[in-house]
Structures are given as structure tokens and as C-alpha cells.
Design a protein around this ligand. Structure first.
Ligand SMILES: Cc1cc2nc3c(=O)[nH]c(=O)nc-3n(C[C@H](O)[C@H](O)[C@H](O)COP(=O)(O)O)c2cc1C
Length: 311
């Protein structure tokens, strides 16, 4: 896949996932083959006001490339100002979130609400493109609900407004994260535009990704929930079946979290991920209860090593 002259060596992309796709997890997924990663969505207001918690979301390293920095907001001027603050040192391109279904985002006219306000969406893209030092892509959904499927027209609007690529999460706002993603719509979006199209929705395995690529003709495939507890999704071999075989990656994740996350967030964040790494293993629910009680990262590592001897 080639986005704004950025050649990706793997079409598998790590989705933006608020609360999960921090620097540590992105680096881990890259080590497992992810060709491109997105930051979680970053508030344009938070950036413009220089809020500390917002700026932390921009944390990155030279190994964390190629990187898309995702912004959300509904005010074209503030979005443009925020985009202008992001430089090559931060990432490779800016992505605009026009798909988030969460009530507190939609209530303010941002995220998926912009699919009901195409003119405003167009102004935001045009303004961001005009003020950004980096190329700009857009991530959106199928439409607001099943009666208003507008993804192909929306993609054309984004292309005409200057977007370098689009990502379609092929669900409507009203589906939120339930039901099935409509992969046929991804093919229709691919036919509607000449910029690269990243397909998204329901990729749980590497094979699912290959199927989406061949069924829809899209240029890249974005993995969201399927990557949680499963960074192996980015390579053909897939997730190992025993704790012993999964442990090196779990420990590597803990190492990266310890290196890059603020101390007060570390334990909570890693427990959240480790629970998912245990999925499908015998005794997973007992082990989950035990590690939730761990008070330190060291205790958690000891527990996993002890457990490994029995699996
Ligand atoms: C916990 C969680 C957080 C998410 N955060 C974001 C976000 O910050 N920005 C965004 O565009 N999408 C976000 N999404 C949506 C995902 O990027 C993706 O579009 C969606 O999960 C569908 O892909 P999947 O079926 O592979 O999970 C989030 C989804 C989940 C489950």
C-alpha cells in the first residue's frame, strides 16, 4: 500500500483504539508485522490548549513509523489549528475521525455525527488539508443508519477535499460495534475513489485480512479488536496456542509498557491487555482473577512465569 508516497511493507494496519493503542502497544504490533499504526483519537481542543494529557497521546519514537495521528473535533478552525501543530517529528500523516459513535463525542457534533453533516465534514477536511504540514486521511463509517448508507459519496467528498486516503469501518453509527461489517460496501468505496482505501471491520485473524483484501480489492486492512491480546494477527503464523509460546510477547509488552507508560497508568493498562492474552487458554478465568489482585508489575510477571510451568 502506498499512502501519500509512503510505501508500506505490509497492508495490515493497527486501528486507533482509545485506551489501548499507546506507544508500547504500537511498537509491539510493529514488531509482529503491522505495516502502519494509528494513535488513538486526540482532541483538537486539547492540542490547541496544550493540555498535558492530550500531548502525552502524541508520544512516539523513531521506531514508531509509519504513524497516523488521529484528530477529532467538529470545529473546522480549531481542527485546522490543531493540525498545524503536528509536524513530521510527530508522525507521517494526520487522520480525521469521522466515525466515533460514542455519545459524548457525537453530542458535540464530532466523530460519526459528521456523517450527517457532509458540508461541515467537507469544510473540516479542506481546512485541515490547507493548514497541515502532513498529508491528511479520513476514517468514517458506512453511514448514520441502514437507511442512510453514504460511504461511497462520503469517500468521494473526502477525496475531492484533498484526503490522501480513506478508511471505512463498514458499520453504521446505529450498529456501533455490533452486527457484521458490510465488506461489500468496502468494495463499493474502492470503486468510487482513486486514493487508497483501507477496509475495517471484523478482522480477527490474518486469514480474515487476506479474505478482505481479495473480496473487496481494498489497499490495506485495519485490525481493531482482533489485535487486542493478539498482536500475532499481523503475521501468517497467528496466535500460539499455549501460554509458554505466548509468554515472550506478553513479557515484551510488559517491558515496553514499563519503558514508555507513566508509572501511575502502567499496572492498570497492562492488566487490561494481559487478560486478553489469556483468551482461549485452560484456566484463563482463574488466572485472570489472580493477576487482577497483583499490586505490582513484578508480581504479575512472577505469576505468569509460575503459571507457565503448568501449561
Ligand atoms: C475500545 C475501542 C476504542 C476505539 N477507539 C477508536 C479511536 O480512538 N478512533 C477511531 O477512529 N476508532 C476507534 N475505535 C474503532 C476501531 O478503530 C475500529 O474501527 C472498530 O473497532 C472496528 O474494527 P474491528 O471490527 O476490527 O474491531 C475504537 C474501538 C474500540 C473497540
Amino acid at each position: 500500500m502506498d499512502i501519500a508516497s509512503l510505501l508500506l511493507d505490509n497492508p495490515y494496519v493497527l486501528a486507533p483504539l482509545a485506551g489501548y493503542t499507546d506507544l508500547a502497544f504500537r511498537l509491539l504490533c510493529r514488531e509482529q508485522g503491522a505495516g502502519l499504526c494509528f494513535t488513538e483519537m486526540i482532541s483538537c481542543h486539547g492540542l490547541v490548549y496544550g493540555q498535558k494529557n492530550t500531548k502525552i497521546l502524541l508520544q512516539s519514537t523513531a521506531d514508531d513509523r509509519p504513524l497516523a495521528i488521529q484528530l477529532f473535533g467538529s470545529n473546522p478552525e480549531v481542527m485546522a489549528e490543531a493540525a498545524g501543530l503536528i509536524t513530521r517529528a510527530d508522525g507521517d500523516f494526520i487522520d480525521i475521525n469521522m466515525g466515533c459513535p460514542v455519545r459524548k463525542v457525537v453530542k458535540k457534533g464530532a466523530g460519526a455525527a459528521l456523517m450527517k453533516e457532509i458540508k461541515l465534514a467537507e469544510r473540516i477536511i479542506t481546512q485541515v488539508v490547507a493548514h497541515s504540514l502532513l498529508p491528511v486521511s479520513v476514517k468514517f463509517r458506512s453511514g448514520w443508519n441502514s437507511e442512510k448508507i453514504i460511504a461511497p459519496e462520503f469517500a468521494q467528498m473526502a477525496e475531492n477535499a484533498g484526503a490522501c486516503a480513506v478508511t471505512l469501518h463498514a458499520r453504521t453509527w446505529s450498529q456501533a460495534f455490533g452486527g457484521c461489517a458490510d465488506w461489500e460496501l468496502i468494495a463499493r468505496v474502492k470503486d468510487a475513489v482513486s486514493i487508497p482505501v483501507i477496509g475495517n471491520g471484523d478482522i480477527l485473524t490474518y486469514t480474515d485480512g487476506r479474505r478482505m483484501l481479495s473480496k473487496t480489492g481494498c489497499d490495506g486492512v485495519m485490525v481493531g479488536r482482533g489485535a487486542l491480546g493478539n498482536p500475532w494477527v499481523f503475521s501468517k503464523a497467528g496466535r500460539p496456542v499455549s501460554l509458554t509460546a505466548r509468554l515472550p510477547i506478553i513479557l515484551r509488552h510488559i517491558e515496553l509498557v514499563t519503558e514508555y507508560l507513566q508509572a501511575e497508568k502502567m499496572l492498570f493498562r497492562i492488566k487490561n491487555h494481559v487478560g486478553r492474552y489469556l483468551s482461549g487458554l485452560p484456566g484463563a478465568s482463574r488466572l485472570r482473577q489472580e493477576f487482577m489482585a497483583c499490586a505490582t508489575v513484578e508480581e504479575l510477571i512472577r505469576l505468569l512465569r509460575r503459571e507457565e510451568k503448568f501449561t
